[in-house]
Design a protein around this ligand. Structure first.
Ligand SMILES: Nc1ncnc2c1ncn2[C@@H]1O[C@H](COP(=O)(O)OP(=O)(O)O)[C@@H](O)[C@H]1O
Ligand code: SF4
Ligand SMILES: [Mg+2]
Length: 333
């Protein structure tokens, strides 16, 4: 991985929301990198800023209330935040696509499945596709996601499909354009746990086969463990730790990551924060210094005033916590 140029590099991204009565300082300098063909996971409690990060990366952050206050999003070295709408549309929906938590919200209820595919495929092919070609590609896309009888399915409306089928249709649409990067934001969360696991497994096999890079956001740490190469842990608008997945599970360093991992045996499709008391801070007045300090049992004086930098404890394993700074390293082991 290290020798390749990154596909996507999010650098020091800061995003606020201007809302009635104040400013929510949500993203506080997010750094995240994806290499070609790599599978990356992003975990953290609801409200940590995962969706905000990904929407900003795809330039679909609602502005207002969202404001990008600082940072860069480099796709193949080019800053997406500085692209014209025309340049952006060459990337978004063609090279980079996204699937969301709720397939029903992504599908238009008044169109049948084929009509949903049409604009997606047309956009990807810059309108150089006949109706016959669109039909053929849509059939292939439905076969990709193991949906039987695609010809009949293309004529169906979203309401006629089960939740699992709708999610498969969305995955098929997101991958039909053969993107280089797929951002999957809690896919299948609206489904029951068994169907969700099936859908995630299918998604994983498909991106393997197509060699698509993926950023997978999910509450299922079991799925993350089985599927992604590297894992990012996010807390209150910051990446607090990143490491190869197995390493992060076997040796989580940040107190927040340790809390998440402690919660694993208790997981049954529920939240991921049972291991940590307290809650995400109020973004209109986030804590100074380390944003986790209000919940951390290891808090030190410096944590209350100064934001911890990232310390690389071994190659590829970085953690933003003073316990691992040069002075404290011995005490922390
Ligand atoms: N459209 C919005 N308007 C105002 N605030 C928002 C909006 N979307 C998100 N936020 C704020 O950003 C925080 C992070 O949200 P989000 O990125 O959706 O987190 P996650 O995906 O990790 O659950 C929320 O807690 C909320 O305070
Ligand atoms: S920097 Fe301090 S408050 Fe933050 S996680 Fe580390 S020990 Fe806890
Ligand atoms: Mg979200």
């Amino acid at each position: 991985m290290v020798n390749k140029a990154p596909l996507l590099e999010i650098k020091n991204l800061r995003v606020h929301y201007k809302v009635y009565g104040g400013v929510l300082k949500v993203l506080d300098g997010v750094n995240l990198t994806v290499y070609p063909g790599e599978k990356v996971g992003l975990v953290g409690e609801t409200g940590c800023g995962k969706t905000t990060t990904m929407k900003t990366a795809l330039a679909i952050l609602p502005v207002p209330p969202g404001v990008v206050v600082g940072g860069e999003i480099l796709y193949k070295g080019r800053n997406l935040l500085a692209m014209s709408p025309r340049q952006l549309s060459n990337v978004r929906g063609r090279e980079m696509t996204m699937i969301f938590q709720d397939p029903m919200a992504a599908l238009n209820p008044v169109f049948n499945v084929e009509q949903q595919f049409t604009p997606v495929l047309k956009h990807a092919a810059k309108n150089h596709l006949s109706n016959k070609e669109i039909h053929a590609q849509a059939v292939l896309a439905l076969q990709d996601v193991a949906l039987a009888d695609p010809e009949r399915l293309l004529q169906a409306y979203p309401i006629q499909l089960s939740g699992g089928m709708r999610q498969r249709v969305c995955i098929g649409m997101a991958l039909a354009t053969r993107p280089q990067l797929l951002i999957a934001d809690e896919p299948g969360t609206a489904l029951d746990v068994t169907i969700q696991a099936q859908v995630l497994r299918l998604l994983n096999n498909l991106v393997d086969r197509l060699n698509t890079s993926i950023i997978l956001i999910t509450h299922s740490l079991g799925v993350v463990y089985e599927t992604v190469d590297r894992l990012y842990v996010m807390y209150a608008g910051n990446i607090v730790e990143v490491a190869p997945t197995r390493k992060l599970f076997s040796n989580p360093l940040h107190p927040y990551s340790q809390g998440l991992m402690d919660a694993v045996p208790k997981l049954s499709g529920g939240g991921i924060s049972q291991g940590i008391s307290g809650r995400i801070p109020d973004y209109s007045h986030p804590p100074a210094g380390c944003r986790f300090h209000t919940r951390c049992s290891h808090v030190m004086e410096i944590c209350r005033h100064q934001k911890p930098p990232e310390f690389e404890v071994e190659e590829g394993h970085k953690v933003a916590c003073y316990l691992y700074g040069p002075k404290n390293q011995e005490a922390a082991v």
